[in-house]
Design a protein around this ligand. Structure first.
Ligand code: SF4
Ligand code: MG
Length: 322
């Protein structure tokens, strides 16, 4: 089975004043297979959101390659990307900015259906759009009667259902969800994660699910990629990565969860903050915070290598599986 999305050596740098550069994504290679849910975790400032935006070509990339459905989309301009947009969608964290406050929900959901032609390149009729909008409300568990209301008349959880419905309007294959439940009450988070899981099943969707909450990621992901300072430091099947972390950073993240995902003995709480991605250090990017750092860690950058079946880690001294 070919990958739905493939990243090869992907980099995204931002130029800053005084000739400095911020390397938000600093060399990422990754495959996302059809139907899977890849969880992308790490503290804020590690480049998760930038990577998500790069994946969907919502931004230009600096180096490397991206292919979607087997097609190289690395250098495509907006005009050439336009016909692909329906198949690759993003869901953002619910914020007051995510839904236009002056438009009714029915109009918000209808908009992509009016803007993009159907699969045969034709404009959709008003009746087709109306039926699809009703179907979308049903899919996300909202009553059709609510279509005439405005965003502020809904709860945070309901607004996120609307965001999801809008992303699904054009029947995408790939959905990148960037912290889609982080702004919600804990009691609502599980409902929305369950909705994502149901929709994946019903519609055969593929997700990249960005979150800093490991409990959320564990609930929905088949695989997990752990990001630190622009690179992936650990990648593998969810249970393997979260229950038997081999990278000290992952171990620290799992230990920081209020209800620990693991009972890992080597798990120590994270010390200090993520260093600036502008001042690029030599060696392992995690060495300033790693309790296991040795001389080699300060000199040589570790690369991802297999540690067990379906599990890779970028660390010179991976933690033993105990
Ligand atoms: Fe820690 Fe060294 Fe592994 Fe980096 S390479 S995570 S500093 S042990
Ligand atoms: Mg983010």
């Amino acid at each position: 089975v070919p990958a739905l999305l493939a990243l090869d050596g992907l980099r995204k740098a931002y130029r800053l004043p005084h000739g400095r550069t911020l390397k938000a994504v600093d060399g990422i290679s990754l495959h996302v297979m059809p139907g899977e849910v890849l969880g992308l975790v790490g503290e804020s400032g590690c480049g998760k959101s930038t990577l998500g935006r790069c994946m969907l070509r919502l931004t230009d990339i600096s180096a490397g390659r991206i292919s979607f459905e087997g097609r190289d989309i690395t250098r495509l301009r907006e005009r050439a990307l336009r016909p692909l947009r329906p198949r690759m969608q993003m869901v953002f964290q619910d914020s007051s900015a995510s839904l236009n406050p002056r438009r009714r929900i029915g109009d918000i959901l209808a908009e992509p259906l009016h803007v993009h032609p159907d699969a045969h390149g034709r404009r959709r009729s008003a009746a087709v759009v109306r039926d699809r909008v009703h179907e979308l409300m049903e899919l996300v568990g909202l009553p059709v009667e609510a279509l005439g209301r405005y965003a502020h008349e809904f709860s945070g959880g309901q607004r996120q259902r609307i965001n999801i419905a809008r992303a699904l309007a054009l029947s995408p294959r790939l959905v990148v969800a960037d912290e889609p439940v982080s702004a919600l009450d804990v009691s609502i988070q599980a409902q929305i994660v369950n909705l994502f899981a149901d929709l994946r099943e019903r519609l055969g969707l593929t997700y990249v699910f960005v979150a800093h909450d490991l409990a959320v990621v564990r609930q929905i992901s088949n695989r997990v990629a752990v990001m630190y300072l622009g690179v992936i430091v650990e990648l593998g099947e969810t249970d393997s990565v979260l229950h038997h972390p081999a990278h000290p950073y992952t171990a620290a993240l799992t230990a920081a969860v209020p209800r620990p995902v693991v009972g890992a003995s080597h798990a120590t709480a994270l010390r200090g903050d993520v260093p600036s991605p502008v001042e690029r250090m030599a060696g392992c990017r995690f060495h300033t915070r790693c309790p296991h750092a040795r001389d080699r860690c300060r000199a040589e950058e570790p690369v991802l290598r297999p540690i067990r079946a379906g599990h890779e880690v970028a660390c010179h001294f991976p933690l033993a599986d105990d």
